[in-house]
Design a protein around this ligand. Sequence first.
Ligand code: 13P
Ligand code: SF4
Length: 351
Amino acid sequence: MAIHTTDYKQTLEAMREKLSAVVPDAELQLKAELVCEINTLKQEQSVVILGHNYMEPALFHTVPDLVGDSLGLSQAAADTEAETIIFCGVEFMAETAKILSPNKRVLLPAKKAGCSLASSITAEEVRELRKLFPNTPVVTYVNTYADVKAEVDICCTSSNAFDVVRSLDAEKIIFIPDEYLSRNVAQDAGLPITVAFRNSAGQIELDGDFTNGILAWRGRCEVHEQFSVSDIENARKQFPDIEVVSHPECSPEVVSHSDFAGSTTKLVEYVQKSKAPRFLILTECSMGDNIIAQNPEKEVVRMCSIRCPHMNQITLEDTLHALKHGEKEIIVPEDIRARALSSVERMLSIQ
Ligand code: 13P
Ligand code: SF4
């Protein structure tokens, strides 16, 4: 899938073939130069470039050696032989790669590429939840920072959240920090849900009694919380043959009005296999462009005002800068890394 040549003409031709439906030609001409420079430097270093499904099309379809969802990329990071991993994704993903590969240099091609979910909970808040509910297993969605992963029992991603919860076989489970993902998992598992949040007095408060089922945290993805049932109804009214797919970070109402919900890679696979003529894809907009570039016969109804400001930070320019200057290197203190590793490894062991 990646373009490996360092020849400008061949690069531009390959990029035009894949991307002319979604990227203007003037931009392709500029970006082909960057791709050639990146490929030249890649040949001189032991480096693997990983690209999340949300990367902009001119990056996603050119320099990454591997593309995928959070789970696929963490597995790839664990398996690679390369000395350096350049992670074209957000900071918590690059941190997960460092947790799994402490002896490799992990670079994030941005000064800061955060995530509203990862910043919604701190390690101290997890310790407080543990004090309030001792002996209750704690699951964290992978969209958290290493110090939070270090405080929990097991991680999960959007593609294995249900399996992770089921593997615990516990009457009560704390599941942080995405309220909507927790609600979607609780719905699939037929479990009751209670939500914890920090109130205006600074205390942790619950919206009900947590006697069994899942205790969620009130964190939200600032991108997926914007999709609504009326977006789906409007699309279905206009295009009765449309299929609607959504990411489980969307609200349970949106998920239950969709034809399919899953991780970013599962959404790509679903659209590729489906015979429907058009799709509404309720997740970050670049992924729709990436799907069109790969499947020109599919029509994707666009809602392109909705972009992740963090994923958007990563560009070909920054990827080149990372290769040239070794920035920004991800550092995770060893005591935190070792504890976070057991949560990530426990997740990987249940695949
Ligand atoms: P995936 O694990 O499905 O790739 O999702 C990551 C993410 O941040 C979605 O917003
Ligand atoms: Fe975080 Fe949402 Fe962006 Fe994914 S789309 S990285 S969950 S803010």
